[in-house]
Write a protein of this length. Structure first.
Length: 143
């Protein structure tokens, strides 16, 4: 039996704002963008990782009632959702490039745990760790 994760989602306050950030600044591309009334299914992929989609979902109907949607927006804005990890070849170079494109970092690159990492947030408040891929026995292979 084959199993794999196809889509992991993020809650965002504005899908168009999130789309501009992820495509224009981080280099994702649109995989699926379809609507059913007010509901929008929006997923992105990184060009070198076609087996995985990142969903950008706005809390609200038909999935959430108004109170739940408001609570989720508040939690995301506070950075309370679990952080995501973006693996890069060179953290310091990626930091410079992304900083120049307007990405606001919460942590500059720092060497620790045998690698280099930095932190940033998307416009909705979702936290990201950007970690430099390392060589060695525990290095992750690219998909």
């Amino acid at each position: 039996m084959t199993q794999y994760v196809d889509v992991a989602g993020l809650y965002v306050r504005d899908q168009d704002e999130a789309l501009a950030f992820y495509v224009g600044k981080l280099g994702f591309r649109v995989h699926t963008d379809v609507r059913n009334g007010d509901y929008r299914w929006l997923t992105l992929q990184l060009p070198d990782q076609s087996s995985f989609q990142l969903g950008l979902f706005k809390p609200g109907p038909p999935v959430h009632d108004a109170a739940t949607a408001q609570a989720l927006h508040a939690l995301v804005a506070k950075g309370a959702m679990p952080p995501l990890v973006l693996v890069v070849d060179d953290c310091r170079k990626a930091y410079e490039r992304l900083s120049e494109s307007g990405v606001e970092f919460t942590q500059e690159p720092i060497s620790r745990y045998g690698s280099v990492d930095a932190g940033f947030r998307d416009p909705s408040g979702n936290g990201w760790k950007m970690i430099e891929r390392t060589a060695g026995p525990h290095a992750r292979e690219q998909p």
